[in-house]
Structures are given as structure tokens and as C-alpha cells.
Ligand binder design. Sequence first.
Ligand code: CTP
Ligand code: MG
Length: 555
Amino acid sequence: QRSISRHLSCAGTIAANFGSEEQPPGGAETGSEDKIPKKRFFEVQEERREQAQRTVLIHCPNNINEKKFLKYLSQHGPINNHFFYESFGLYAVVEFCQKDSVDSLQNGTHIPKQSAEPAIPFKSRFLNLKLKNSSNQIPEQLYAQKTNQSPPSSKKLFELLNCAESIDDQLNTLLKAFQLTEENVRLRHLTCSLIEDIAAAYFPGCVIRPFGSSVNTFGKLGCDLDMFLDLNEVGKFDVHKNAGNFLMEFQMKTVPSERIATQKILCVIGECLDNFGPGCVGVQKILNARCPLVRFSHQASGFQCDLTANNSIALKSSELLYIYGSLDSRVRALVFCVRCWARAHSLTSSIPGAWITNFSLTVMVIFFLQRRSPPILPTLDSLKSLADAEDRCILDGHNCTFVRDLNKIKPSGNTETLELLLKEFFEYFGNFAFNKNSINIRQGREQNKPDSSPLYIQNPFEMSLNISKNVSQSQLQKFVDLARDSAWILEQEDKGQPSPSSKQPWGLATLLLPPGTVYTSLSKKRKKPVSEKVKGLLESIKSSTTDSSKGTRGK
Ligand code: CTP
Ligand code: MG
């Protein structure tokens, strides 16, 4: 029980952060709890794609007058939506009502006059607005209002968590603070759409689709942007004339394998992004990876992008996670909490290596929720049994069929609280027989491990693959130790410790404190009572006023 005074004293802070300007961001995509039927994954993706095609990105002077800017742009047609954000300069995302307006704007846009450095005349939807008379001062209240695209700092997060009323409230607060905002979702789709324009120079009709945490409902502000080049759409709408005895085909180059084709395609797109892609920097071609990719930074949006090709199974697994994330409001809250917890204790990292990934953690939470009694989430096999003929999907010989209509899935009768689930999650995996069992969300039960990898999580579609093959024994042990410690800390909270004084971190805040403070593996040496440890931690929070958003960014 938390005091009402704590709640009242903090109410203002919460209103300021999640106040009226915070839109509930679009249905199941970001998990708002409305009763309207939830949209299918592909409907959401198609809507976002079409919206992005009517949108432009404009680099603006800092002292821009928002009203005049909008008036200037609306000469090309009505504007449906716009927002500003800061990322090494001021940027505007402007969505027109009609696509024609973008063409009109581009037609009225100049190629920059020869400056000190010669420019490559590539016309895109990423534009630069200049003031003809830049000395014109305008009052500050006319400046553009900026939206925030970054996750909260640790300091801010701890303030928010300490203001919450209960641990359940803390989990929901964490979710709201870290989930992708409506604007961030738009910016992600726009970035893909801009890259699509570049790829289309080689492959007209291609589609660049976002996948992974940008679209699977588990994305945190600051997460990378995974995208893939879908060439299956090329020629889909061509009208084939099969009359008579003739069939006409394109002459095409052939290569020895799909992998080589993917490498060749990504190689030229990578070159293209590097040479002509406005705002694309640090392009790296990682073509010998199991899944070849081009990695680059999209400077204006601030996204770290991973571009792959021929990767429709990953899109299907994003759709599956979207379904799991949309079925029950507890799922995302728990996944966000576990992801933040793992990041805070350096169990995950933005550098590839022997660490657990966010994707693996998400699948572990899903598996845990399938194991509750009654289950909170259905198994993949039961989602498959609900599928109809139209849901049938075979990709590269793998059966990826499952029901896609969320409204056909019966809600769970389980009413356990988030606090209980979090504690049980830590207890479950703190005592899981990782040495002999594997995790399998298809059947929703443990199975014998097929090989000696320390952590074995079966890929739901490519069933011979282990999605956590990279995880070392020592990283797994660290996860287990931290899970046990966290279960124990939550147990103590239950018993009323630490005392609920408004300044002391409690509940989730205690679990998310930086490493090296609370966690000296309590499971091995439980010497000090938690309250004493928490006092020490409070000191460390006070002294760390630096923004540690670094710790919550990335994977
Ligand atoms: N993926 C996979 N098998 C893996 C790793 C990744 O199928 N071993 C797929 C998953 O669909 C995953 C996507 O690739 O969602 C993107 O991978 P990654 O960026 O590592 O994970 P995200 O889910 O996007 O999480 P993060 O926020 O950490 O980027
Ligand atoms: Mg990702």
C-alpha cells in the first residue's frame, strides 16, 4: 500500500508527462485499451505505408514560425498532420492529405546552388527549408512546438516510478514512458518510405517494410529500425496477357543461390545509400552474416537502421508478436519491464555478442505467460488451429500459419496482477532447468534440448533454429542470478520493506537500479537487509544526475 499523499504530490508530474497532448497512439499497434475491434497487422502496416507516402521530412531553421510554415506548405494542398522534433537541428514531418501535394512540393523545390562542396542531384522527399530573410526575429511563442523522440532519462524514470501508487502502476508507468509514441511510429514508417524511394531507383515497385520492435508492439523509444527489401511485390500488379500461344517473360540474370542474389542486391542498395542517400551515413555492408544486411544511420531521424532482404519470416514473427502484444494489456507491460530490467543490469547490449537479446527475452515472457494457470497467452499451435484457409502461409517451406484476426481469439480468464506475474517470472526463470530443457512457444511447454547450447529457445517458425544460440553459459548464469535476486527483492516488498517513505526507491525502482549497487548476487550472500541496501542506492541515485538514456537505448 502506498500513501495517498505520495500520489497527490506526484500527480502533477504525471499529468505533465502523459497529459492531454499525449495521444493514445493508434489501436493495437501501440496497445491502447479500447473496445473497438483490433486491426490486423497487415491493415495497420498498409495504412502506415500509405500515410508515409504522403509525407515529407523537412529540415527547418530553428526560429521558424509554425503558422507561416504551414501556410506556405498548404499552397501545395491540405495538410493532414504535422509535428516537429529536434535531432541535431529542427525537423518537421508533414503529412499531406493527398499524394499529389508531395509531387507539387517537389516540383517547386530547387536543386541547391553550387556551394563549396559539389552535391549529387538526387531528388527525394527529404527537403531543406531556408529563410530568405533570416534576420527576421519572431517572438518565441510563435516557434514550433517540438515532440520528444527520446526515452526518459534514468532520473526522470525514477521520479515517475516513485510517484506511482503500486507496483502494477509502476509497470504501466514504465510502459507509457518507453513505448513508441504516435510521432515516433510515423517517423519510422517515413524513414522506410524514404529508403524505398532510393531502392526503387533500381527496383521499381519494391517495398521496404519495417519489422522487429518498430512494429511488433514491443518497441522502446530509441530502439533500432529493422527493415527489409521486399521484391515479391515487383510486378505483382502487372497485367499479364496470356492470349494465344505465347507467354512473354523478362530476360534476367541468374545466380547460383538465393543467398548470393540477396548479397548482390544488398550490395548495390548499400552503395546507393552511401553515395546518393540524403542523410544516410556510416553505411556498413555486412553481407557474410547468416542474414546479410546493410547497417546505416539515418541522421535526420536519428534511427540506427538494419536493412535486410528476403526476410519475410522475420516479418511473420513480428506479426505473431504483434498478436501476442495486443491480446492482453499485461503482456506489453511485463515485456517492457523485463527489457528495461535486463538493460539496466547489462544483460542486454547494443553490441552484438554473447548477450541475451530483447527478442529472446520477449519470447521468454510469452512462454511464461503460456505456462500460467489459466494461461494468459495461447500457444502458437492453438493460434494455428484457429486459422482459416486465408491465413494459410508457407514461407521457404516453413509453415507460418496462424489466425490473423485478433477478434477470433478468446480473452484469457486469468486475473493475476502484474506484480505477481513479475515476481513469478523471476522465480520461474530463476529455477528453470536450462541445462536440460528448451523453451518452445509453439507448444507452450518445455522440451528436451536438442543440443548443448546454454540457452535454447526454439525459433517459432524455423523450428531447427535456436534464437538464443549466441548466449554463453556465463551470461545465462548472470540472468539466473539476477532473476533470483529480483524475485527475492519483490518478496521483501510484499512483506512491507522498505518502509514506504516518499523519497526511497521502492518496487520496480529498486529492481532497475544500476548494476554494482544492489546486485552483489543476493542469492549467494544475503548479508544486509534490503532496506539498508536501498539507503545506499538512494545515495547513488542522488549523485548520478547524468542522463543515462544510453543505458536504455538500443537493444
Ligand atoms: N529475429 C529472428 N531471430 C533472431 C533474431 C531476430 O527471427 N535470432 C527477428 C525477430 O523477428 C526480431 C527481428 O528479427 O523481432 C529484429 O531483430 P532485433 O532487432 O534483434 O530484435 P527486435 O525485436 O527488433 O528488438 P530490439 O528492440 O532490441 O531491436
Ligand atoms: Mg530491432
